[in-house]
Design a binder for this molecule. Structure first.
Ligand SMILES: [Zn+2]
Length: 111
């Protein structure tokens, strides 16, 4: 087994999980039930994670994830504003779909 992905936003984790499911990649989510425990354990340990059943899926899964973020970026190309990473507050240029500093995906302000 190999950890593939981690994100503080559980919705985003499940979004990625469903993409991997659609691609037929065996994976599962860990830490999905410990959200209420924040404050008792370090936050980094309580973020939901996606694990691959086998590390041999790593490169394929990564490619799928890259494509996903690329599509997201294509969709938002009409937005020419630089954006601030919600994770580390790094300012990124608009064409980047993930933060160049911490690799957090760009989060659309939908909520
Ligand atoms: Zn960042």
């Amino acid at each position: 087994m190999q950890r593939f992905f981690r994100h503080h936003d559980r919705f985003h984790v499940y979004q990625v999980k469903s993409i991997l499911d659609d691609a037929g990649i065996p994976c599962f989510v860990k830490n999905e039930l410990v959200q209420g425990a924040i404050g008792e354990i370090p936050p980094m340990d309580s973020e939901p994670e996606i694990w691959l059943q086998d590390s041999e899926w790593q490169s394929k899964a990564q490619k799928i994830l890259d494509n996903f973020y690329q599509e997201q970026a294509d969709i938002s190309t009409d937005n020419k504003n630089d954006w601030a990473c919600l994770h580390c507050e790094q300012i990124n240029e608009f064409q980047f779909a993930i933060c160049w500093k911490c690799q957090e995906p760009r989060v659309k302000d939908t909520c």
